[in-house]
Ligand binder design. Structure first.
Ligand SMILES: Nc1ncnc2c1ncn2[C@@H]1O[C@H](COP(=O)(O)OP(=O)(O)OP(=O)(O)O)[C@@H](O)[C@H]1O
Length: 875
């Protein structure tokens, strides 16, 4: 037996056999690795990639959610992992952990999780992997569609996609409207991942010839419940019609929809429903502190001002219910100078401005953003400390989304809700039902700064601001009036005059729909029923026929609006903002119908019901909410769902949807002429603009006085309504008159011009003649110097010039022909002179050749003496 080495003995030598075996194993492993590497090197890249993909796909089935803590625990492509790492995303959040695996396996997913919990990455990672798996190229066209309810959210998602997917070769595009459609259309076909808003997408589907989605692999709906709600329904239906049925669908939101009807519409196949915080105690982030205060409507502006004054170093978002409130209060607060920078974001701004504001607020440390609910969903502004809900949200879901703009991803935040006494009970109840922990806090009256007087003085100085205040007033009242939950929102409980004062308005503008509503209600405060029971006054009840009629009317109107009657882009704004002006007008039309049905006549006169942006007689129609269109096409923001405005549930009544409304039910289209007639009958007088001339004469600048018609006729016409035939005649006469005037003016102008030209020519001729004479005189003088002689022919002919001057002054009317004649004559004379008379040098010679006797005036003897003297001097 040979001696074996004791390994425990430090001095002992290692066993050579074992060492050799170990070396041999290592060597073999290295060799096999090298072999494999060599083999791989020989393989084309696509094959290597394919093998990697097949390995990843094999691992999809092995994903164990409980073992996952990092993104790298998922079988993800190197390119995606690198992108995630570079963007500092390593650990997964709960929603990411639960949904990414399912999505990778190709399942349809409905993901719901609290705000700020990382839902964006939960769908962006599977998006990238889906196209990677299929080795998608730009030649394959559109592979993934991500639809967001607002432009800002779409933009934000696109930015995250760019960051995380930068190592992939896919092309991604952002289509959100507000840009040139043609420009987008040229590029849209090369896009693999399209992030868009519903309206703009539908517009491309309708108008961009080569745009199609036949190859689509995945559809993602971010903030799905918002997209699937009533406002977006028709647009989404139209989009989905254009998408292939065989696709994967992912739906994400903080407040999820479970409506079977919606899901069927999206053709989801056995969707996995993941609500990570379903069992959580609260539905809002644990790091979010939530409070509410109750204050009177007229106090709200002062409360906001006082709040801002005491939070100057914070970043806050203040939510309002309409664009016009934002527009007015933004301007007013800028003037109040609270000591913090104020920004405004609403749907009426141009797209560029919206983006600017968004980016500006992202980068600010301390600022306050006045916003409508376009900023309520999904926006991830970093480090927001406070969310203040100035106006009560329409429901608990909207509250959750608004409040969720703070306390995002492990950060702290505070939310404050301002409630009116009439809103408190209903809203707090709703919030508690939705597991939102809100506590009431009180305002410290000592810290409250009253700004009403300042606002009044601003409005006294600035008419534009005053008009904005009026619009803000009407807009707010209308928003309350249109709220679906009548338990919470009761417009009749609003202190209207006090609210107007708080905005700085001395007089509350007339709100027509309120007046109409009051008319519809019984005059007595309470009605006593047959059983002597006291009944609270309610909205007038309708017969079932009337309900049917209104329902049919709405369905018809909506399909007209959303399918063909309106540009899709506008539809998008409507969707973003809830309800468009046209729709509001439709509602008003319905109100009129309602009034008629109840036997009361509507009081208003529409100036143009057919057009979306109606220009109306000011002040009287302020409550029409007629828009100044300051920032483009966007519609006003009302978050209210139309079908609830009149308490009608359109969605659920299938029979009525199928029912074709008769023509008589459609609102009769009123022509502009008819409208004009109506207005004229009301005898509105147009304002006159009169100015004084320097001489103190009155000049009417507007409306222009008709010159062709005598005063009596005018007065006669003014007395009655409008006579179209007469008006036409009058216009024709005025036209003739104007033409005649114009002709006269032109004639006078031409005459003046001719005279000027003649004058100029005469001057030129004079100068020419003078120059010539001077020249001739000069030459003669030079000759004379030499010759000491004098030629009288060199003198200008006074007769010649006198005659021309005389003729010029004689008759101005025949000037042109005369002048021409004279010029011609003069030319001829000159020529004659040139021909006959000697020029300088010719004369020099001819003087000596043709010796004519010269009368010197001397005696003969003196002459002789002179000649001799000359001859002597010459010799
Ligand atoms: N895994 C992660 N690691 C680190 N940060 C993350 C991670 N996932 C998301 N975040 C960050 O958390 C924040 C919120 O993410 P995101 O916007 O996706 O939330 P959300 O759930 O979509 O919110 P909302 O419901 O409001 O739309 C973002 O700033 C994002 O960068």
């Amino acid at each position: 037996m040979g001696k074996t080495t004791d390994s425990r003995d430090p001095g002992a030598r290692p066993d050579p056999v074992r060492s050799f075996n170990r070396w041999k194993k290592k060597h073999r492993h290295k060799q096999s690795q090298k072999k494999q590497l060599r083999k791989q090197l020989k393989k084309p890249e696509w094959q290597v990639e394919r093998e990697v993909i097949s390995r990843l796909m094999q691992n999809y089935e092995k994903i164990n959610v409980n073992e996952i803590t990092r993104f790298s625990d998922f079988p993800l492509s190197k390119k995606t992992l690198k992108g995630l790492q570079e963007a500092q995303y390593r650990l997964v959040t709960e929603i990411q952990k639960q949904t990414i695996g399912l999505a990778l396996q190709g399942k349809d997913v409905l993901g719901a999780a609290k705000t700020g919990s990382g839902k964006t990455l939960a769908f962006l990672v599977p998006v990238l992997e889906a196209l990677y798996r299929l080795q998608w190229t730009s030649m394959d066209g559109l592979g993934v569609l991500i639809i967001s309810p607002t432009r800002e959210l779409a933009y934000q998602t696109f930015e995250v996609l760019r960051k995380v997917g930068k190592n992939h070769d896919f092309s991604a595009g952002l289509i959100i409207g507000g840009k040139d459609l043609k420009h987008e259309a040229e590029r849209i076909n090369n896009i693999n991942i399209l992030v868009c808003t519903p309206g703009r997408l539908l517009q491309h589907m309708d108008e961009t010839i080569c745009f199609h989605a036949t190859n689509l692999q995945m559809l993602v709906l971010d903030e799905a419940d918002r997209i699937l709600d009533m406002g977006f329904a028709d647009t989404m239906n139209a989009i989905i019609e254009n998408l292939p049925k065989k696709r994967q669908t992912l739906l994400f939101s903080a407040t999820q929809t479970k409506s079977v009807k919606d899901l069927a519409r999206l053709s989801l196949k056995n969707p996995e429903y993941i609500w990570v915080h379903e069992k959580a105690k609260y539905s809002t982030p644990a790091t979010l502190e939530q409070n509410y205060i109750v204050c009177e409507l007229q106090q709200k502006i002062s409360v906001l001002y006082s709040f801002l004054r005491s939070h100057l170093k914070k970043k806050s978002i203040v939510f309002f219910s309409s664009c016009k409130e934002v527009q007015y209060l933004y301007r007013v607060f800028c003037r109040l100078r609270p000591g913090i920078s104020i920004l405004a974001l609403h749907g009426r701004q141009q797209q560029m401005r919206r983006m600017e504001v968004y980016n500006e607020f992202v980068h600010k440390r301390a600022a306050v953003l006045f916003a409508t609910d376009i900023a309520a969903r999904g926006l991830d502004f970093p480090a927001v400390n406070w969310v203040l809900q100035f106006d009560c949200p329409e429901d608990a879901n909207t509250y959750i989304h608004r409040a969720g703009r703070t306390a995002r991803y492990k950060e702290d935040g505070e939310a404050l809700l301002i409630l009116l006494p009439s809103e408190e009970k209903g809203m707090v109840q709703q919030l508690l039902q939705k597991k939102v922990p809100v506590k009431e806090i009180k305002i410290n009256p000592e810290k409250l700064i009253d700004v009403q007087k300042k606002l009044e003085s601003f409005l006294a100085q600035d008419r534009d601001l005053k008009e904005r205040a009026q619009r803000c007033f009407v807009s707010y009242i209308r928003s309350v009036y249109l709220m679906k939950d009548k338990e919470i929102f009761d417009v009749s409980k609003l202190p209207i005059p006090e609210y107007a004062l708080s905005l700085g308005l001395a007089v509350a503008p007339r709100v027509r729909f309120l007046q109409r509503m009051q008319k519809l209600q019984p005059t007595t405060e309470q009605v006593v029923s047959q059983d002597n029971e006291v009944i609270e006054p309610r909205a007038p009840s309708l017969t079932s026929d009337e309900v049917e009629e209104f329902r049919a009317y709405f369905n018809e109107k909506m399909s007209i609006l959303q399918k063909g009657g309106k540009r899709p882009e506008e539809t998008e704004y409507r969707l973003d903002d809830g309800i468009s002006d046209e729709e509001k007008e439709d509602e008003e039309g319905m109100e009129e119908k309602l009034a008629k049905a109840k036997g009361s006549q509507p009081q208003c006169v529409r100036s143009d019901e057919g057009s979306q942006k109606t220009k109306e007689v000011p002040v009287q129609f302020l409550d029409r909410d007629e828009e100044e269109e300051e920032d483009g096409l966007d519609a006003d923001f009302f978050k209210v769902k139309r079908h609830n405005v009149f308490g009608l549930n359109l969605k659920e009544n299938k029979t009525s949807q199928k029912k074709e409304p008769s023509k008589s039910r459609l609102k009769k289209k009123v022509t502009k002429v008819a409208e004009a007639k109506k207005v004229m009958k009301r005898n509105f007088k147009v304002n006159k603009k009169i100015t004084f001339t320097d001489e103190g004469e009155l000049v009417q600048q507007w409306p222009q006085v008709q010159k062709s018609v005598s005063k009596e006729t005018e007065e006669e016409d003014d007395a009655g309504g409008i006579n179209l035939d007469k008006a036409k005649e009058r216009l024709q006469e005025e036209d003739k008159f104007d033409k005649e005037e114009y002709r006269k003016k032109i004639k006078a102008k031409h005459r003046e011009k001719r005279l000027k030209e003649r004058e100029a020519r005469r001057e030129a001729n004079k100068k020419q003649a003078k120059v010539k004479d001077e020249e001739e005189a000069f030459l003669d003088w030079s000759d004379d110097d030499d010759d000491n002689g004098f030629d009288p022919s060199t003198l200008p002919d006074p007769d010649k010039y006198r005659s021309s001057e005389e003729s010029d002054s004689e008759d101005l009317e025949n000037k042109t022909s005369d002048t021409k004649k004279k010029q011609g004559m003069r030319k001829r004379n000159n020529r004659e002179v040139e021909d006959v008379g000697p020029t300088g040098q010719n004369r020099k010679k001819s003087k000596w050749e043709t010796l004519e006797p010269v009368d010197t005036g001397l005696s003969l003897a003196e002459d002789e003496e002179l000649v001799l003297h000359l001859l002597r001097s010459q010799s």
